[in-house]
Write a protein of this length. Structure first.
Length: 343
């Protein structure tokens, strides 16, 4: 309530990306105040055996995670444990630092509880981010979401993913190949059977030999069922631990925001409430296709506890929030956990 009627209203006075940076700065600042961490943990960090989830050889204290993109540079993962998350995914991280796409590149669709972003994997690069991960002061499960630099052609993409994996794997609990962001030119082509097979053959061989970390793939909500089938064939062939469904969408279906503003915003990935139905369909399809045997982390449009419950009922093993967290605040995480304890 305090977040929605005070902090969110304040943050929404500013452009979205600037607001995000203010929020990161503010979070770092308030955690310097004695007692703040303990107060937040008391309010948000209730747990219980009913919430625990064993997956990938890991024990998640609860099944609600923060999706990649919020803490892309691994700046606040230590603090975010206090908001009640069961796991946090940092990134997307690339080998070399990169600025990303030209600003403005993040836009709010308030009427839809949604965002459109074309950030373009802006991040500090693998070296700096690994240094921050080495300063981990929490036992929360951390996922490392990795990608390729914009200037790297798809034919050489495996080299970027390999570089990131080798450097980040010792410092995270699971790994995610982001091959589905619509904001890096040509990246989504890596979801095609030939491109993905080439990538997995290189990356998973190194992972299994040197690290043996759970390796997941994050896929697009815009894939056809045939494309998903091809991916699932390779998931089985290369012993991929699970699927994250889904990334943002290039489509603009079912929006209430005026069309003139959507046209003005232009290209980018849509996230938030309008993505929920599409993401849930992908989760349900994968679950049925694999007879519930393939772990799925559901993300996309989860804006309330009932949304999360629907994802679990559709076959998800874990859920992640991002845009819903921006609109609802940490109470969203608390509400989902309460819902799960009540059923």
């Amino acid at each position: 309530m305090i977040y929605r009627y005070f902090f969110r209203n304040f943050l929404f006075l500013f452009p979205p990306e600037y607001s995000h940076n203010i929020a990161i700065f503010f979070i770092k600042l308030i955690f310097l105040v004695p007692g703040v961490k303990q107060c937040l943990k008391f309010f948000y960090c209730f747990e219980g055996s009913k919430l625990q989830k064993s997956l990938f050889g890991l024990v998640f204290k609860n099944p609600v995670g923060l999706a990649a993109g919020f803490d892309k540079n691994a700046n606040v993962f230590n603090e975010f444990e206090s908001f009640g998350f069961g796991f946090i995914e940092i990134g997307t991280v690339t080998p070399m630092p990169q600025y990303g796409n030209q600003k403005p590149r993040l836009f709010r669709l308030k009427m839809d509880n949604a965002l459109i972003n074309r950030m373009g994997f802006n991040n500090d690069g693998i070296e700096k981010i690994v240094k921050r991960l080495k300063n981990k002061k929490t036992n929360i499960i951390i996922g490392g979401n990795i990608g390729k630099n914009k200037i790297t052609p798809n034919e050489a993409a495996s080299s970027d993913y390999k570089d990131c994996l080798q450097k980040i794997a010792p410092h995270v609990d699971y790994l995610v190949l982001n091959i589905s962001s619509p904001n890096t030119p040509g990246l989504v082509e890596l979801q095609n059977k030939k491109g993905l097979k080439s990538l997995l053959s290189v990356v998973q061989e190194i992972n299994q030999k040197e690290f043996n970390k759970p390796l997941l793939i994050k896929i697009s909500p815009d894939l056809t069922l045939k494309q998903i089938d091809h991916i699932l064939t390779l998931v089985k062939e290369y012993n991929i631990a699970g699927i994250i469904a889904t990334n943002t969408s290039s489509n603009r279906d079912n929006l209430t925001t005026r069309l003139s503003y959507i046209d003005q915003v232009g290209a980018g990935g849509l996230s938030g409430r309008p993505l929920f139905v599409k993401s849930k369909k992908v989760v349900s399809y994968i679950s049925k296709k694999t007879s519930g045997q393939l772990p799925i982390i559901a993300v996309g449009g989860i804006s309330c506890a009932n949304d999360a419950l629907e994802m679990f009922n559709s076959g998800a093993s874990l859920v992640q929030v991002y845009t819903g967290f921006i609109y609802k605040g940490p109470s969203l995480v608390r509400d989902i956990k309460k819902k799960l304890l009540d059923i």
